[in-house]
Every structure is written in C-alpha cells, then in structure tokens.
Write a protein that binds this ligand. Structure first.
Ligand code: DAT
Ligand code: MG
Length: 138
C-alpha cells in the first residue's frame, strides 16, 4: 500500500497562542513525515470549499469567522495510516472532553464562543484528504 497523506491545519487559535511548535513536536515525535508546510491566510471561498459538508449548520458561520481571524499553518503529512493516526493524536472535536494526552485535550478548552476552538484540523478519510490537500496546496 502506498504511504498515505493527510491535511493537517494548525488553526488560528493554535497559531495565535504560539502552539505551532508544540503541535509540530507531537506530530514529529509520533514519527510522521512533513512533506510540505506553509502559513496560509485563507479567503472565505477557500474555507467554504474546505468546510462544504458543514454549510447550513448552526456553527458554520462562526466557524468561518474564526478561521478568517488569522493565519493557519497547513501541513501535508505522510505515513502509514496517517489519517486515523493524526485524528487520534488530535483527540475528539470538543476540547473540553478530548482525552488528556491529545492535542485538543491538553491545549484546548471551552472559551465560551459559538464554535469549538480546537487548535487543529485533520482530514477524516482518504477522499477528504485528497480533496482538502488540493484546496490548501494548489
Ligand atoms: P473535526 O474537526 O473533529 O473533524 P467536524 O468536522 O465535525 O469536527 O467539525 C468541524 C469543526 O466545526 C470542528 O473542528 C469545530 C466546529 N464544530 C463542530 N461541531 C460543532 C458544534 N457542535 N458546536 C460548535 N462548533 C462545532
Ligand atoms: Mg472534520
């Protein structure tokens, strides 16, 4: 099987809080390979593509506003089973209850906002990874 790739984002809260290095350290310690990495200030159109599956949900507009609030670090990450491996490293969506030891569980919390500010994004399937990598690394 060919080595798998996924899209990881350090979201604006992670960049603004100076956690990019700590998050990258966990990814590298796990053993995945950084193939490409860039700081991106996405426009609304790019984010609408990225989050197309969530359009119409109550948190969609706050999510886009949050993602427009500052730059994200986009990472093309490679390794066997990296899609599920990074999702496991990130922890579950809600940072309040994400397991300690995960990125979201250790660095995240509820800030009383309309959207989960949960530090990172990771693609959830091979199809999503291919689609999302083409959106962030054009
Ligand atoms: P994940 O990022 O764990 O794949 P997702 O794809 O379901 O989660 O949702 C995308 C983002 O939207 C998520 O990282 C944070 C936000 N979000 C999801 N569900 C939410 C909710 N119920 N309330 C507020 N924000 C939410
Ligand atoms: Mg998702």
């Amino acid at each position: 099987m060919a080595t798998e790739e996924t899209l990881v984002l350090v979201k604006p809260d992670g960049v603004a809080r100076g956690l990019t290095g700590a998050i990258l350290a966990r990814i590298e310690a796990k053993g995945y390979a950084l193939v490409d990495i860039r700081l991106v200030e996405p426009d609304r159109e790019r984010l609408a593509q990225h989050y197309a599956e969530h359009e119409g949900k109550p948190f969609y507009e706050p999510l886009l506003e949050f993602m427009l609030s500052g730059p994200s670090v986009a990472i093309r990450l490679a390794g066997n089973r990296v899609i599920e491996g990074f999702r496991s490293l990130a922890g579950t969506t809600d940072p309040t209850t994400a397991a300690p030891g995960t990125i979201r569980g250790d660095f995240g919390r509820d800030w009383g906002l309309k959207v989960q500010q949960n530090l990172v994004h990771g693609s959830d399937s091979p199809d999503s990874a291919a689609r999302e990598l083409s959106i962030w690394f054009d």
